[in-house]
Every structure is written in C-alpha cells, then in structure tokens.
Write a protein that binds this ligand. Structure first.
Ligand SMILES: Cc1cc2nc3c(=O)[nH]c(=O)nc-3n(C[C@H](O)[C@H](O)[C@H](O)COP(=O)(O)OP(=O)(O)OC[C@H]3O[C@@H](n4cnc5c(N)ncnc54)[C@H](O)[C@@H]3O)c2cc1C
Length: 316
C-alpha cells in the first residue's frame, strides 16, 4: 500500500510529535515512523516520572503529561497526521521529486520531504528471556503515570539509577507504600544519594536475588547464594534493566547527509541538511552552543515545517 503525505517524520519524540502538530496547523500533512511501541522519545523512555523545570508555562511538568497532551493533539488531526509505531525504515529511494520510503510493515510512504527526528537513536528496553515471554499488560518498561499505580502493589526489577528513581518517587509522592525492589547484584549501581533516599523510605529490597518465574500477578525470585525461594505478588511489575540504543540503519540516501565529528547532523538555519528536502531537528542535529531541550526540538520542528510550507507554496 502506498500512503501519500507531504512529510515523512522519522522519530516520534517531542521533536517529531510537535513537527506533525505544527504541520497540521499550517496545512502540511505528515507520517510519523516510530520504532518504539510508544510515542514520547527520551522523556518517556528515560525519565517519564521526573519533574521538568524548564518548560514554558509550567512550574514543573512531567514527561508523561506532556506526551499524553501531544498524543491528544496528534489524534485531533486524523486527516493530517498518521503514526506507525514499532516500525522502522527498510529503504528510501528517490522517484523524481518524491521519496519512496519502504517500512518494516511493508507499507510505502510517498513524500516530498523528510524530517529526521531520531534524537540520539532508538531506545529499546533491555529484557531478559523470561520477560520476553511474559506479555502481560501489567508489566511496564516505561513509567506510565502515577494514577494507575495509586495504592497498588508494585515490584520494580533493576538496581540502577532509574530503578531507584522509580522506587523513591512512588514513596515520596505517596503514590503507594507497597514497593518491592529486586536486583540480582549484591549492591545497587546507582548514585549514593538515591541509595540513601531508598533506605529512608518504605521500599523492601531484595539484593542478590534472581528472577526465576513470572506469572500475571506473582514473580518468583531465588537467592543467588542463599538459594532461598520467595514468591512476591504484584499488581504492576516495573522493569528497568536499561535501554539498548540503535541508530538509523544503512540507508544510502541518509548516508549522504553530512555529520559532524560527534556524528550529529549539520543543518542550516531552517534545519535543512545538505541533501535536498531532508531536514534534521532536535537531538539528531548539532550547532554551536545547541541546547538539547524539549522546547528546542519542538522549535526546530516548527522551523522545518514552515520552511517546507514555503517550498510547497512556491512550487505549486
Ligand atoms: C535523563 C534526561 C533528562 C532530561 N531532562 C530534560 C529536561 O528537564 N528538560 C528538557 O527540556 N530536556 C531534557 N532532556 C533532554 C530532552 O529529553 C531531549 O532534548 C529531547 O527528548 C529531544 O527530543 P527529540 O525528539 O529530538 O529526540 P528523542 O527524545 O530522542 O526522540 C527520538 C525518537 O526517535 C525514535 N527513533 C530513533 N531512531 C529511529 C529510527 N531509526 N526509526 C524510527 N524511530 C526512531 C526514538 O525511538 C525516539 O522515540 C533530558 C534528557 C535526559 C536523557
């Protein structure tokens, strides 16, 4: 199937999402390809529960609130924005003035423009073999908003900064005081102040325990040295074993794009790359003193979209 739009946006982080919204408002249609199973990018994948202090109009706002808001905006323009999740790009060929992009779901998207909004790459949560087989909807790899965790039994797997952040956050905000943290090593691999905070709240911790079984509402853990077996009931299992990062694959046309010594894309004032009609926004590009901030990714999306609208108007 061939889908025709004005712009293909690669990456559904804040930059990609906002580009599509501003595009819809100025009558430029777009198709977002996102490799993850959720929109939101780094804020959702890496720090969904944290407070953001530098977003205009809010003393603090949380990434999942921002993401949900932008998802609502996207949904409100069904004739202007299409989104394909869990999708990657297989190849892009030029057909006259059009890019024909073949997706991993066999669809082909035909556009005159491309915006690269891939940030630092695609983040995929690391899963153990047991977790790969456990497809229960109450196993979460990103923090999905405090409402659904209110007064629930939560088990967190992992022992790094993010796992401890989740445990501390659930306790400090009084979302629930029934939190269990399981880590397979003898010590946490997190900053000391987070470990200190953890010891002051109600989180029950099991260090040096391995996960041996998962069912929909229980996990079984075994002491690595003690061999003790413990069954822990849960209503939500939050997994934070880290993220795997993949960068844009080997696509000829994208390999022609100039990058700097840290592999970020060089752009002009309108976020155009050296390849005609391909733009790069947000954390995928770089320039002197660039602020890697959500609003900058969004602002660059607006620049790119306004430049695209001008090109469309000038040509037709
Ligand atoms: C721990 C941490 C805290 C931060 N705190 C703040 C803060 O308080 N305030 C602030 O303004 N900024 C903060 N930032 C920075 C902010 O998150 C980034 O500047 C912002 O996310 C950049 O948005 P983006 O859309 O360019 O990229 P990203 O957020 O990285 O999104 C890129 C998207 O593209 C997808 N993708 C990548 N490759 C492909 C591919 N080949 N095919 C399909 N999809 C692909 C990814 O899955 C992802 O969804 C923080 C960053 C971190 C890591």
């Amino acid at each position: 199937m061939i889908i025709s739009k004005d712009v293909l946006i690669i990456g559904g982080g804040p930059g990609g999402m906002y580009s599509s919204i501003i595009g819809a408002l100025i009558n430029v249609s777009s198709f977002i390809v996102e490799s993850n199973d959720n929109l939101g990018g780094q804020p959702m994948q890496l720090y969904a529960e944290k407070d953001i202090y530098d977003y205009p109009g809010f003393l603090t706002i949380q990434p999942y609130v921002l993401t949900e808001g932008m998802k609502e905006q996207i949904k409100s323009y069904p004739d202007k924005i299409e989104v394909s999740l869990k999708t990657t790009i297989l190849d892009i060929v030029k057909d006259g003035e059009y890019f024909l992009t073949r997706l991993s779901n066999d669809e082909i998207v035909k556009t005159r423009f491309i915006i690269i909004a891939t940030g630092s790459g695609s983040f995929t949560p690391v899963k153990s073999d047991l977790l790969k087989e456990a497809n229960y909807s109450n196993i979460h790899y990103v923090f999905q908003g405090e409402k659904q965790y209110k007064n629930k039994k939560i088990v967190i797997l992992g022992g790094g900064d993010s796992a401890l952040d989740w445990a501390n956050y659930l306790n400090e905000k009084n979302i629930t005081n029934d939190v269990v943290l399981v880590h397979r090593r003898e010590e946490f691999r997190a900053r000391q102040e987070k470990i200190n905070k953890l010891s002051l709240n109600n989180t029950r911790t099991y260090l040096n325990f391995d996960l041996s079984k998962i069912s929909k509402n229980n996990i079984v853990i075994n002491g690595i040295e003690s061999k003790e077996e413990i069954i822990i009931p849960y209503e939500f299992l939050l997994v934070q074993y880290g993220q795997e990062i993949k960068r844009l694959g080997d696509i000829d046309i994208l390999k022609q794009i100039e990058r700097n010594r840290i592999n970020k894309i060089n752009i002009d004032i309108n976020c155009k790359t050296n390849v005609e009609n391909i733009y790069a926004i947000g954390n995928s590009n770089d320039f002197e003193a660039k602020p890697n901030l959500i609003i900058c990714a969004a602002a660059e999306g607006a620049r790119a979209m306004y430049s695209i609208r001008k090109k469309i108007r000038d040509n037709f």
